[in-house]
Write a protein that binds this ligand. Structure first.
Ligand code: IPM
Ligand code: MN
Length: 360
């Protein structure tokens, strides 16, 4: 009997449902080819449900989602809902409650894709960012006092403990060992670069840097260690992305640099991410948002959602199926789509999805 994975699908807002539908086609094709089934259950969490019911997320959501093998998410964010409500109430809440403490965001330029970086190609733009996903400034620690007066004070604290830093770093070292440039036959070392700001954030990044070297020296001597300040990292991501192999960083820095990274790999149409709990339920999503202005037009690029589906299969252990989807995407970027931007692909959303599924 073939294996069945239980997948919770949250199509979400805007173009989320459209791109998720194309992802389903590729996942289904991969299942047929590699002999497994995906039993998908949809959840209507998102802006429309909130506007209709007044509830952002049912109390039971995290517990219910814990019953699945993985979660596949489209996009969260609605033009009629004040920014922050859905993002914090759905996306961040699920990341926290399901303890998805890793946000894995590869920055990989596929063949045929245009990058804004001059003279750089797939050989040079080929690294991964591991963003800590459970702590930092994202925990919401802080507050406002004397609101509305001219003495108003707002505090938002960057909070990390050793436990959070350590588990993230260990994941990153393991990842570098398995998927670094040497492991992939693309270089002579597996290198993990810590991205921080030790010259200003002298408490938080002191903790990160000490833990990084202690753990690396003791348990991962085979992985080369590097340190970069986050501002310089932005510079090198544009100037010399080939320097990077695997990067690990805090939640906020990871958020920021992965938008830059996504742009260098062809934009939000292709950038995929995984919110990973290595011992629990992980959630996969395209990095881009809900793109309200393109909703329902069948012009949004579904490749990021398709690639996040591939990442989901990889995490479930279906590595060959994941590779098949990735190779199908590469074939489509190299030989078919003209641009990765919405409305400029030369094909509709569903045509791109069909082409990937056929190739799988
Ligand atoms: C992302 C997004 C989210 C984040 C927002 C929507 C809360 O920008 O996944 O990168 O900041 O993590
Ligand atoms: Mn972001």
């Amino acid at each position: 009997m073939s294996k069945t994975y239980k997948i919770a699908v949250i199509p979400g807002d805007g173009t989320g449902p459209e791109v998720v539908d194309e992802g389903r086609k590729a996942l289904k094709a991969a299942g047929e080819k590699f002999g497994f089934q995906l039993d998908m259950t949809d959840y209507d969490y998102g802006g429309d449900r909130y506007l209709r019911t007044g509830e952002v997320l049912p109390e039971s959501a995290a517990d219910e989602l814990r019953q699945y093998d993985a979660i596949y998410l489209g996009a969260i964010g609605h033009p009629d809902v004040k920014p922050g409500i859905l993002e914090k109430g759905i996306l961040l809440r699920l990341r926290f409650e399901l303890d998805q403490y890793i946000n894995l965001r590869p920055v990989r330029l596929y063949p045929g894709v245009e990058t804004p970086l001059k003279d750089k190609g797939p050989e040079q733009i080929d690294y991964a960012v591991i963003r800590e996903n459970s702590g930092g400034i994202y925990t919401g620690t802080g507050g406002i006092s004397m609101k509305g007066t001219d003495q108003e004070v707002a505090v938002q604290s960057m909070v990390y403990n050793r436990f959070q830093v350590e588990r993230c770093l260990r994941y990153a070292f393991e990842y570098a060992r398995k998927f670094g440039k040497k492991a992939r036959g693309k270089g002579d070392a597996n290198t993990l670069g810590l991205v921080g700001k030790t010259n200003v954030l002298t408490y938080v990044f002191d903790l990160w840097e000490r833990a990084f070297h202690e753990i690396g020296e003791k348990d991962y001597p085979d992985v080369t260690r590097e340190y970069y300040h986050v501002d310089a990292t932005c510079m090198w991501m544009v100037k010399s992305p080939e320097w990077f192999d695997v990067l690990v960083t805090s939640n906020m820095f990871g958020d920021i640099i992965t938008d830059l990274g996504a742009e260098t790999q062809g934009g939000m149409g292709i950038a995929a991410g995984g919110n990973i709990n290595p011992d629990g339920v992980s959630m996969f999503e395209p990095i881009g948002g809900s793109a309200p202005k393109y909703t329902g037009m069948n012009i949004i690029n579904p490749l990021a959602a398709i690639c996040s589906g591939a990442m989901m299969l990889e995490t479930l252990g279906e590595v060959d199926a994941a590779n098949a989807i990735e190779n199908a995407v590469k074939d489509v970027t190299a030989n078919k789509v003209k641009s990765l931007s919405a409305g400029k692909m030369g094909y509709s959303t569903s045509e791109v999805g069909d082409m990937v599924a056929e190739r799988v």
